[in-house]
Design a protein around this ligand. Structure first.
Ligand code: SAM
Length: 267
C-alpha cells in the first residue's frame, strides 16, 4: 500500500495546482519528481512548500539532470544549465584525442562539467577547482566515482605545480553575467545561487580573462582552454585569447543557445 493518501499523491490535483499557481510550467512532472524523492507524506508536503516558495527544483530534490547524468546539487550551489552540455561536448571531443589527458575544470561548481567530460572520455585525469566551500563539498561527492581531485581556491592557485605544462584541456563555465544584469535574472538564480557563481564584473568577463591569461603556463603543447560565454561577449573573449597567446575560435549551438570560445596553445 502507498504511504501517500490520494490527497497527497503525486497526481493529486491540489499539489499540481499549487505548483502551477506558483509558476511551475511543468507542474505534473515536478509533482512526480517530488513524490519520487519524498520518503513520507510529510516530506512531500515540506518539499512542495519549498518549491512553491521559489526554491529551485534541483535544490529541493538535491540533484540535477545534466548531460544524461544525475548530479548532486546542494542548496546554495549553482545549478548546472542545459546549455553547458555544449561546453561538455566540445571539451570531451578535445580530451578524447589524447590518452589519459589531464583535464582541469575551473569554476567547477558541483562538478557537473568535469563529471560529464569524464563520462565521455573515461581515461582522463580530472582536476577541479572552485572558490566556494559548498561547491567544493558537492563536487567532491560527484567526482569521487571518476577519481577526480577537487581543490578549494582561486582559479589555478590551488592546483599542484606538477600540472604545469601538462594540461590538455582547461574547461571553465566561469561566472559571466555582467554585474548590472544580475538584477534581471530569474529570482530562482538571483535568490538561490550565490553571487560569486553569477557575477562576472562590469562586462561579465573579469573571471574569464583570469582563466585565459595564465593558461599558457599550464597547457601542454596543443592543449586548449574552453570557456562558455554569451554570444555577444564572444568577440571580447576571442581578443582575450589572442592577448594570452592562444589561437582562438568560436563554436556555437543554435539548439542549446550556447557559445563556447576555444583557445589552443600553438604547438
Ligand atoms: C556559473 S557557476 C558554474 C559552475 C559549474 N561549472 C557548472 O557549470 O555547473 C561558476 C562557479 O565559479 C565559481 N567561482 C567564481 N569565482 C571563482 C574563482 N575566482 N575561482 C574558482 N571558482 C570561482 C563559483 O563558486 C561557481 O561555482
Amino acid at each position: 500500500m502507498s504511504a501517500f493518501s490520494s490527497a497527497q499523491s503525486p497526481q493529486s490535483p491540489a499539489i499540481v495546482a499549487r505548483l502551477r499557481a506558483s509558476g511551475c510550467v511543468f507542474a505534473e512532472e515536478e509533482a512526480l519528481l517530488l513524490a519520487g524523492a519524498a520518503a513520507t507524506p510529510d516530506d512531500l508536503a515540506a518539499m512542495v512548500d519549498r518549491r512553491v516558495s521559489g526554491v529551485p527544483l534541483e535544490h529541493v530534490l538535491g540533484w540535477a539532470e545534466f548531460a544524461g547524468l544525475r548530479v548532486a546539487v546542494e542548496p546554495g550551489v549553482f545549478v548546472p544549465r542545459r546549455r553547458t552540455e555544449f561546453l561538455v561536448e566540445q571539451a570531451a571531443a578535445l580530451a578524447e584525442r589524447r590518452p589519459r589527458a589531464v583535464v582541469v575544470d575551473l569554476c567547477c561548481g558541483c562538478g557537473a562539467v568535469g563529471l560529464a567530460v569524464a563520462a565521455r572520455a573515461p581515461s582522463v585525469e580530472l582536476h577541479a577547482v572552485d572558490i566556494d566551500p559548498g561547491a567544493v563539498r558537492c563536487a567532491r561527492r560527484n567526482l569521487a566515482e571518476v577519481g577526480g581531485r577537487v581543490y578549494e581556491g582561486d582559479l589555478y592557485r590551488p592546483l599542484p605545480a606538477e600540472l604545469k605544462g601538462r594540461v590538455a584541456v582547461v574547461v571553465a563555465n566561469a561566472p559571466y553575467v555582467p554585474t548590472d544584469s544580475i538584477g534581471l535574472m530569474p529570482p530562482e538564480a538571483r535568490e538561490h545561487e550565490p553571487r560569486v557563481a553569477l557575477d562576472g564584473g562590469a562586462d561579465g568577463l573579469d573571471i574569464v580573462r583570469k582563466v585565459i591569461a595564465p593558461a599558457r603556463g599550464w597547457l601542454a603543447p596543443g592543449g586548449c582552454v574552453l570557456v562558455e560565454s554569451g554570444e555577444r561577449q564572444a568577440p571580447r573573449v576571442v581578443e582575450a585569447f589572442a592577448n594570452g597567446g592562444l589561437l582562438p575560435r568560436v563554436a556555437a549551438s543554435d539548439e542549446l543557445a550556447a557559445t563556447v570560445v576555444i583557445g589552443t596553445m600553438p604547438t
